[in-house]
Design a protein around this ligand. Structure first.
Ligand SMILES: CCCCCCCCCCCCCCCCC(=O)SCCNC(=O)CCNC(=O)[C@H](O)C(C)(C)COP(=O)(O)OP(=O)(O)OC[C@H]1O[C@@H](n2cnc3c(N)ncnc32)[C@H](O)[C@@H]1OP(=O)(O)O
Ligand SMILES: CCCCCCCC/C=C\CCCCCCCC(=O)OC[C@@H](O)COP(=O)(O)O
Length: 233
């Protein structure tokens, strides 16, 4: 039986990859994050036709949330939610929350209230299917480099919150921060709450330093991370 060089190389790679995954933490980290992004992209492709039936509508966030909720299980992450009863039941509000990495999506989808949309940097719009889903979910996009435009978008959001009974989720640090402390807050979330005359609901996504670190390329499976989201009114 003849085996071509290509087939032999493929067989060798297939044998070596699991070994590399087992032995090399950095390789494992990149595989896990690659799968995270790839899986979300795939979920976005599923979500697009479902959300498109309604068009751009905050109710689509329920579909997005529903499709995202199993992702934590793929990574052995167990979430513990505290204080969810503190969300005001019948009025719009501004959620402010810390932002460590793209894994925060898992914490957000665990507690995302009905009719609540995040404010996101406009670059997310250009992430292919993910951008399309974000748009269909009614996510509010701001251009962080154009403060004046961002302020107008947020003024519009204040109006929409009241006229369409929408809650808004803001990461007031304005960027991801995995340092263990908080960056100084940007002011937009608080202007928004004052303009709409609605309460601010703080949420903390607890540090996942013990199971995830981008800097150290560590994303372990053996330690169960507990994302704690506490809402205080
Ligand atoms: C199943 C399918 C799956 C598919 C995919 C699933 C995806 C699911 C969706 C998930 C999406 C998650 C998205 C998460 C994305 C997270 C992010 O993108 S974080 C980055 C973007 N967010 C923010 O930046 C929000 C926070 N930023 C602000 O609020 C800022 O204040 C700002 C409005 C952007 C302005 O920024 P900047 O100029 O840098 O900073 P400031 O110092 O705060 O403001 C300057 C100046 O302006 C005044 N001001 C600010 N806002 C207002 C306002 N709304 N009204 C009036 N004035 C305002 C502020 O007071 C300052 O003036 P001062 O005189 O110095 O006080
Ligand atoms: C045609 C282009 C195709 C591109 C395909 C890209 C595929 C990417 C697939 C899935 C990405 C899933 C994660 C999306 C949500 C990420 C939310 C997030 O964490 O955004 C970062 C933002 O908070 C702060 O940004 P910076 O820290 O300031 O930077």
């Amino acid at each position: 039986m003849e085996v071509s060089v290509g087939t032999a190389a493929l067989a060798l790679a297939l044998l070596l990859l699991p070994l590399l995954y087992e032995r090399c933490g950095s390789f494992r980290f990149f595989c896990k994050m690659g799968f995270y992004n790839g899986w979300i992209l795939l979920l976005a492709l599923v979500a697009i036709p479902l959300c498109a039936l309604r068009g751009r509508d905050v109710e689509n966030m329920k579909i997005i949330r529903g499709l995202m909720q199993h992702v934590k299980r793929l990574y052995g992450i167990r979430m513990e939610v505290r204080g969810a009863h503190n969300f005001p039941p019948r009025q719009p509000y501004v959620v402010v929350s810390n932002h460590q990495s793209s894994l925060d999506l898992l914490g957000m989808m665990e507690v995302l209230p009905d009719r609540c949309v995040p404010i996101a940097k406009r670059e997310l719009l250009y992430m292919g299917a993910v951008g399309v889903v974000c748009w269909l979910g009614g996510i509010i996009f701001i251009d962080r480099k154009r403060t004046h435009d961002a302020i107008s978008t947020m003024a519009e959001a204040a109006h929409t919150m009241l006229s369409q009974d929408v809650r808004v989720w803001v990461f007031p640090e304005g960027t991801r921060n995995h340092s263990g402390s908080m960056l100084p807050f940007k002011r937009g979330a608080f202007h928004l709450a004052v303009q709409a005359q609605v309460p601010v609901v703080p949420i903390v996504i607890s540090s996942y330093q013990h199971f995830y670190s981008k800097r150290e390329r560590r994303f372990t499976q053996d330690v169960w991370g507990t994302g704690t989201c506490g809402a205080g009114g």
